[in-house]
Design a protein around this ligand. Structure first.
Ligand code: FE
Length: 132
């Protein structure tokens, strides 16, 4: 990750994104956000998750059943004596959270993401609009 990007991050954002930290559950600013919009990487601004895929998992972290897969990367994580899938921002390499296979929808996925790794941009882009 570029250092000039990291400068604008708060200490907690740096802990999560750069040091693969995890914010305490039920403390993140986006946990209960129900506005329509796009969740972007707090460090580089890459579009990561749509509000339409957010659900309340009860875990205490923002949870999504799908992701903008072109901007995320998955990595095996064997820390803490577990095998989990780490979710990273593909653009900047920042740590976002983990992916589990117990999601509530047909995707079967639960992206468990730290609020500190995300910024939120209100309003949905109309993806049905034809590009000229
Ligand atoms: Fe990023």
């Amino acid at each position: 990750m570029k250092k000039d990007n990291a400068k604008k991050l708060t200490p907690e954002q740096q802990h999560v994104l750069l040091e693969k930290g995890t914010e305490a559950p039920f403390t993140g600013k986006w946990l209960y956000n129900k506005e329509r919009g796009v969740y972007v990487c707090a460090s580089c601004g890459a579009e990561l998750f749509s509000s339409g895929t957010k659900f309340d998992s009860g875990s205490g972290w923002p949870s999504f059943f799908d992701a903008n897969k072109k901007n995320i990367e998955l990595k095996d994580d064997f820390s803490l004596g577990m095998h989990r899938k780490e979710v990273l921002c593909k653009k900047c390499g920042g740590h976002l959270g983990h992916l589990f296979d117990d999601g509530p929808t047909e995707t079967g996925k639960r992206y468990c993401i730290n609020s500190a790794a995300l910024d939120f941009e209100k309003g949905l882009k109309d993806k049905k609009k034809k590009k000229n």
